[in-house]
Design a protein around this ligand. Structure first.
Ligand code: UD2
Length: 311
C-alpha cells in the first residue's frame, strides 16, 4: 500500500517529487488527469502505482487517498494567463480539486497534506522581499484560486486536525517543465526556442523580475515539510524560493550564453495580470524546515538547458 500520494504526478513538479521518493525506496501512488500532465513524464516512474483521474471528481480523490499517510498536492492548472482566459476552469482544477482532495484525505485518515502554493498570492504590493506576514493581494484568477486552496488547508487543520503545510513556490523551473504551451513558464519557453534558434518574446520591457527557483530546491522543501514535526509546521505557509531576483532581460542574457543563441529578444505588450517584481524572504522556511536552496539560478539554468538539449 502506498505511503505517499503525489497529485499531478505526470506534471513537472509532481514527477520530480515522485522520482526522488521512489529513489529512496518509498511506496508512492501518483494521480494525474493529463489535462496538463504528460504521459512521457511517467517514464522512469514505473515503480509508482499510477491512477488516471481528475481530482474534481470526488471518487477519484477517495481512491487516490486510500491507505496513504502523506499527500504532496501538486496538481493544478498552473498559469496566470490561462486563468485570465478561463477563470472557471482554473477554479475547478485548483479550488474544487483541492477541497475534494482534503475531504477525501480526512476521510481516509491521511496524516499530512503538503500543498503547492504560489508566490502570485502576494500580488502587486511594493514591499520586497515578500514575507509571509504580508496581507495577500491576488491579482489574477489563478492567484485567487491558489490562495483559496491555502485557506482551505488551514481550515482543515483548525477544524479537523488534519496536518497541512503550504509551500508558496516562486517561479519554479527545471527539467521536465513543459516548454511547448504558450501557458508554460517563461524559462521553459525560452530554453526551447533559443535552442531551436527561434526568437523568444519578452512581454513588457524585460525589467520585471522573478525569484526563479530550481526544481531541486522545491523537491527538497517538500521532503523537509513531510518530515518536520507537526507542532512546528502544521497549519503554516512559507515561501520556497532562492531569495534572489533576476530580470527577464538578465535571464535572456544568461540563456544566450548557455544556448549559444545569437539574436535579440522580441518585445511585446505586457501581459494582463502580470506582477512586476517578485522576490522572496525565505527565512520562515529556513527556521521551520531548515530549508536552504542548494542550486542557484545560473547552475539550475545550466542543468535545465542540458536537459532540454538531451531530450
Ligand atoms: C506565476 C507565479 C509562479 C507560479 C506560476 C504558475 C508570480 C510572481 N509567480 O508565474 O510562482 O505560480 O505563476 O504558472 O506570480 N513572459 C515573457 N515571455 C513569454 C512568457 C512569459 O516575457 O514567452 C513573462 C511574463 O509576462 C512574466 C514573466 O515572463 O512577466 C514570468 O511569466 P511566467 O508565466 O513564467 O510566470 P509568472 O510570473 O506568471
Amino acid at each position: 500500500m502506498a505511503k505517499y500520494l503525489v497529485t499531478g504526478a505526470a506534471g513537472f513538479i509532481g514527477r520530480s517529487i515522485a522520482s526522488v521518493l521512489l529513489a529512496r525506496g518509498e511506496a508512492v501512488r501518483g494521480v494525474d488527469s493529463f489535462i496538463t500532465g504528460k504521459r512521457a513524464n511517467l517514464a522512469g516512474l514505473e515503480a509508482m502505482e499510477f491512477l488516471e483521474g481528475d481530482l474534481a471528481d470526488p471518487p477519484v480523490c477517495a481512491q487516490a487517498c486510500a491507505g496513504v499517510e502523506i499527500v504532496f498536492h501538486q496538481a493544478a492548472l498552473a498559469s496566470v494567463p490561462r486563468s485570465v482566459a478561463d477563470p472557471a476552469t482554473t477554479n475547478r482544477n485548483c479550488v474544487d480539486a483541492t477541497v475534494n482532495l482534503l475531504v477525501a484525505a480526512r476521510a481516509a485518515g491521511v496524516r499530512r497534506v503538503i500543498y503547492a502554493g504560489s508566490s502570485s498570492v502576494y500580488g502587486e504590493t511594493p514591499t520586497l522581499p515578500k514575507h509571509e506576514e504580508m496581507l495577500p493581494s491576488p491579482m489574477s484568477p489563478y492567484a485567487v484560486a491558489k490562495l483559496a486552496g491555502e485557506h482551505y488547508l488551514r481550515a482543515f487543520t483548525r477544524v479537523y486536525g488534519l496536518e497541512t503545510v503550504t509551500l508558496r513556490y516562486f517561479n519554479v523551473f527545471g527539467p521536465y517543465q513543459d516548454p511547448a504551451s504558450h501557458y508554460s513558464g517563461v524559462l521553459a519557453i525560452f530554453c526551447r526556442k533559443m535552442l531551436a534558434g527561434e526568437q523568444p518574446t519578452i512581454y513588457g520591457d524585460g525589467e520585471q523580475s522573478r525569484d526563479f527557483t530550481f526544481i531541486q530546491n522545491v523537491v527538497e522543501a517538500n521532503l523537509l515539510a513531510a518530515a518536520a514535526p507537526a507542532e512546528k509546521v502544521s497549519g503554516q505557509m512559507m515561501n520556497v524560493a532562492t531569495g534572489a531576483a533576476v530580470t527577464l532581460n538578465r535571464a535572456f542574457d544568461v540563456l544566450s550564453e548557455l544556448t549559444g543563441y545569437r539574436g535579440k529578444p522580441a518585445y511585446a505588450e505586457p501581459r494582463p495580470g502580470d506582477i512586476r517584481h517578485s522576490l522572496a524572504d525565505i527565512r520562515r522556511a529556513q527556521a521551520l524546515l531548515g530549508y536552504m536552496p542548494q542550486v542557484d539560478f545560473r547552475e539550475g539554468l545550466r542543468r535545465t538547458v542540458e536537459w532540454y538539449k538531451a531530450s
